[in-house]
Write a protein that binds this ligand. Structure first.
Ligand code: GDP
Length: 178
């Protein structure tokens, strides 16, 4: 069984087409990489994950379909322990979106904790599609300097295991903020 402290609810957010579905499918164990995914209606996934002999249960919610439903997205944010904010290294605007999503998370969570000072929310920023990019580096301004950044490719699986391990080990929020 999984220890109560080893449950993680991960909320995935980001602009359309940055590869959120591809990343989640890879993590869930898809061997193939489809160029085109069918839009899913079931966006909630669960996986048991072993790290150094410990079992973790990662519940993963792809909240991007809630893009046009702010109230619903806010609810997803409130119930999340850990946030994976995905952009594409080939799309600068998708990076800008990360920064506003981050503000949205801080706003939602700080209302709960009543402390506006707490910038320590568990957020990992993910730059996907590194296989396509030839000149990155200049893209990552220091707007999001407080968060860990992973550069990954869902296509060739670069850095995905490392990123999900970091997500699991990031831990949850203090219980009073859940
Ligand atoms: P979502 O809208 O964020 O869920 O994005 P999808 O997962 O549907 O991916 C959008 C498109 O980008 C699809 O055509 C994917 O095949 C493609 N894609 C996703 N990840 C990668 C990647 O790491 N490298 C490349 N080259 N294409 C990717």
């Amino acid at each position: 069984s999984v220890k109560p402290s080893h449950y993680r609810r991960i909320v995935v957010l980001g602009a359309p087409h940055v590869g959120k579905t591809a990343i989640i499918r890879r993590f869930l164990g898809d061997d193939g990489f489809d160029e085109q995914y069918e839009p899913t209606t079931e966006d909630f996934h669960s996986k048991l994950y072993h790290i150094r002999g410990e079992r973790y249960q990662l519940d993963i919610l792809d909240a991007s379909k809630e893009r046009d439903f702010p109230a619903k997205r806010r609810l997803s944010i409130l119930t999340g322990d850990i946030f994976l904010l995905v952009f594409s290294v080939t799309d600068r605007e998708s990076f800008t979106e990360i920064c506003s999503l981050r503000e949205e998370i801080f706003t939602a969570k700080s209302k709960l904790t009543k402390s506006k000072e707490n910038r320590q929310l568990p957020i990992i920023i993910c730059g996907n599609k590194t296989d396509l990019n030839t000149s990155r580096g200049a893209q990552h301004s220091d707007i999001c300097q407080d968060s860990v950044l992973f550069e990954v490719s869902a296509k060739d699986c670069t850095n995905l295991e490392e990123m999900f391990e970091a997500l699991a080990l990031l831990g949850g929020l203090p219980t009073e903020t859940r």
